[in-house]
Design a binder for this molecule. Sequence first.
Ligand code: HEC
Length: 147
Amino acid sequence: MAAVRRFVLCALLASAALLMPTAGLRADESPQVDYILRCQGCHVGDGSGYPGKVPDLRVSMRALLGTPGGREFLLRVPGASLSALDDQRLARVYNWMLATLDPRGLPEGFVPFDAAEVARARAARPLDNVQAARTPLAAAAGIPTTY
Ligand code: HEC
């Protein structure tokens, strides 16, 4: 079983290494590899998620980002806030996700996430009721409040 897991991990890392590297980062530090290893299991490679369970990030991330409180909300969802990634790497994953998963690319005037912002959001604890926090933001952003 352990051997199978090692094989799967090697295969994942090998295929991740073939993907476009991000300038100046080793493959094992690239936000794309971090996304593949830490987020993709639930969010799917293209961010589309699972209807009824995991939101479609291609629709929601950019929209929620533009609402008051939306940036902090995005950082405080448990799947990300509690991830093993450090603040710097999580910030890079967010910047990469927004630039890559959303076909519209980064919104105009986008201020990149950085380690300090991630640390502040993490210090505020992950959200224990994501739906309650998300519903008004989604309504303000004009996207469906359910997913
Ligand atoms: C175990 C499954 C799982 C993993 C792993 C996971 N997520 Fe999530 N994510 C979810 C679910 C489910 C939601 C919906 C909100 C909730 O119930 O937490 C969500 C919501 C989100 C949202 C808010 C989107 C919206 O429309 O509200 C963002 C942003 C996000 N995740 C980012 C990440 C990042 C970045 C990672 C990797 C570091 C990650 N997630 C890993 C399951 C996961």
